[in-house]
Design a protein around this ligand. Structure first.
Ligand code: FES
Length: 288
């Protein structure tokens, strides 16, 4: 059972008077609701969670925004390490050897990022994710910033209008991102087979860990759970789907954790490959 946030005062708080002539707002000032002048009566650090969310998501957005415009340091030819942010690399502008699926696209002008086709899918999958929606609605739009804290907005239309209507496309982003994840998995396997034969380096282990976390994030997706076990009238007639739905439901309970850990792991994986590719560090070789 969730605990009630602490409130100011020992017993019933003395409520400040409210200017009755002030314009009525929707939300907490809606007629019929308690007239409380304070924005919140919570005394705990309710602002910490939105602050952390803004900080981590802000770093990620900034990092990936800069990174996709870099045309170097995404591929380590010696060990077949390809960063997931650029996979698959599909144009003639890609570094030799990095295009595992060929180059159906011509050379790209400098202002078009190499992953211009895949990045919208990855960003769209995260941006429309049910968990991230909650996180950034609260943290960036303060809608509301926390339980029992009034929001600054006076109107609310939910996700019934453009642009938030697009959030309903999440299931399609799920399918597209799952295809990319299959390619990421292939990349991670290739990272054990550099030109010299079989080998294991810290980079190959990081790529595998990253792919495992990304699978955890994708499989725990609410859309995945619905696709697996939704719209069924009788689980007893679909034992395999029921079994899959049971497993995915357990993962789904950890979706928030997968969302954050996989976000960080994508950044760490890319940063490691950037550092090795740029020659800042050497890959730690375990075998080969
Ligand atoms: S709900 Fe988060 S990825 Fe689908």
């Amino acid at each position: 059972m969730s605990s009630t946030p602490p409130l100011r005062g020992d017993s019933a708080p003395t409520l400040p008077s409210v200017d009755a002539s002030a314009p009525q707002r929707a939300g907490t000032d809606f007629p019929g609701r308690a007239r409380i002048g304070e924005r919140t009566l919570r005394t705990d650090r309710w602002w910490l969670q939105p602050l952390v969310t803004v900080t981590v998501l802000g770093i990620f957005i900034l990092y990936t925004g800069v990174r996709i415009f870099m045309r170097d340091y995404y591929w380590v030819e010696e060990y077949s390490y390809l960063t997931p942010l650029f996979s698959p690399c599909l144009s003639d502008s890609c570094a030799p050897g990095s295009s595992h699926l060929g180059t159906p696209l011509p050379e790209l002008p400098f202002f078009i990022p190499l992953p211009f086709l895949i990045f919208p899918i990855l960003a769209g999958f995260r941006a429309t994710c049910y968990y991230y929606r909650k996180a950034y609605y609260r943290s960036f739009w303060l809608s509301p910033p926390a339980c029992a804290v009034a929001e600054p907005h006076t109107r609310y239309s939910g996700e019934t209008r453009f642009p938030l209507l697009v959030q309903n496309a999440h299931r399609y982003f799920f399918f597209a991102a799952s295809l990319l994840l299959l390619i990421n998995t292939y990349d991670a396997i290739l990272a054990f087979f550099p030109d010299t034969g079989f080998g294991i380096g810290l980079g190959s282990l990081i790529l595998v860990a990253n792919v495992a976390l990304l699978w955890g994030y994708s499989l725990s997706c609410h859309s995945c759970r619905h696709i697996t076990g939704g719209r069924l009238k009788h689980f007893s007639k679909h034992p395999l789907r029921y079994k899959a739905w049971t497993i995915i439901s357990k993962l789904n309970a950890r979706h928030m954790q997968f969302a954050w850990i996989s976000l960080v792991s994508v950044m760490v994986t890319d940063l490691y490959i950037l550092a090795v590719s740029a020659g800042w560090i050497s890959d730690l070789r375990i075998v080969g």
